[in-house]
Design a protein around this ligand. Structure first.
Ligand code: SAM
Length: 320
């Protein structure tokens, strides 16, 4: 018998070893959970303003590593042509919405097993409605969306294009293959259906092309032109800084870019005291470098967005 042969130990000795092992593991687990609690507590006591400033510093540092881009503002619609208040308060659209809302909500239903999940479910209901109103009012024929994810914004763009009745088309780009039957990424977001299937069920399948590619790659090779571009992909300052000039170059004359997660003035929008600084910092740099751009933040919508708030991070990018 070798000295390391555990089978040679008496049952009493074995049970002592087991007990010792259990106590050891209990302590390791307690230490781990203590560490987690301490980290959470520390996070909780760092003031929100300090966290925001740190995020902004990091985003500026990343952006500083990108060489200067040329940004022409010429194809963009001039800011004087936009009356957001009129768009969002249009009476006909408001009554039309009550007829379409139920259909779209049903299409976005979550998988029953995920009904309690807190997955990323795309743009919030208030933003979905604002996007619908905007597409109805601006009446684009060709739309590019960056950031398909679960397809909620795609669905509202499609419904508005159909209501416009002019054979509109959407190209929606995501760095992830959002319809991948093997990975089924929609399930991780609590959704019952792949975006392609959800849109087909609504009767919008024919008007949509899905592209699985990074926005920068897609826009660099893009031969198509669009009337309206919705940017809701990466929110990193360095990506948005390169994406915006390429997106403007892919616009038809008097085209419009809609931004999501634009925190104007880098201020908090909601009680959660969180901020995504990338889009604002990226546009700020383009403007500082001479691009004639103007951002029109939507601010408070006439209807609720998330929590008890009416605030939105949607903003239009137009020509100064
Ligand atoms: C906030 S989600 C978009 C939500 C979507 N608009 C909706 O309503 O369902 C952002 C999406 O952008 C994609 N994304 C991130 N970086 C990207 C990039 N560089 N190019 C294209 N898509 C990107 C992510 O995979 C993710 O699906």
């Amino acid at each position: 018998m070798g000295t390391n042969d555990i089978s040679a130990l008496q049952p009493a000795a074995l049970s002592k070893v087991h007990r010792f092992y259990k106590i050891l593991m209990d302590n390791v687990n307690t230490m781990k959970s203590l560490e987690k609690t301490a980290k959470r507590a520390l996070k909780g006591i760092i003031p929100a303003g300090l966290k925001r400033d740190r995020k902004i510093r990091l985003a500026r540092r990343l952006l500083g590593q990108i060489s200067q881009q040329t940004c022409r503002s010429k194809p963009l619609l001039p800011s004087s042509a936009i009356d957001l208040h009129a768009i969002l308060h249009n009476r006909d659209r408001i009554s039309e919405w009550s007829g379409i809302e139920a259909k779209l909500s049903e299409l976005m239903a979550m998988a029953p097993s995920a009904a309690q999940s807190d997955g990323n479910r795309g743009v919030n209901p208030g933003d979905q409605r604002a996007i619908y109103h905007l597409i109805r009012a601006l009446n684009p024929k060709t739309v590019l969306e960056v950031g398909t994810n679960v397809g909620f914004s795609t669905l509202h763009i499609a419904a508005a294009l159909e209501a416009n009745g002019s054979n509109g088309r959407i190209t929606t780009v995501d760095i992830t293959d959002v319809n991948d039957p093997n990975d089924q990424p929609w399930k991780g977001c609590g959704q019952a259906y792949a975006p392609r299937d959800m849109l087909a069920a609504g009767g919008y399948g024919e008007m949509i092309s899905f592209v699985a590619q990074s926005s920068l790659e897609y826009l660099s090779d893009c031969k198509n032109k669009f009337d309206f571009i919705f940017l809701d992909g990466s929110h990193d300052a360095d990506i948005v800084y390169q994406e915006v000039p390429k997106a403007i170059a892919a616009l038809n004359e008097d085209g419009v870019i809609l931004l999501h997660d634009f925190y104007a003035g880098l201020t908090f929008l909601w009680d959660n005291k969180k901020i995504i600084p990338g889009p604002c910092i990226a546009i700020e740099r383009l403007c500082n470098e001479g691009a004639a751009l103007e951002v029109i933040p939507f601010g408070a919508l006439p209807w609720p967005t998330k929590g008890d708030s009416h605030m939105t991070s949607l903003a239009l990018l137009v020509r100064k």
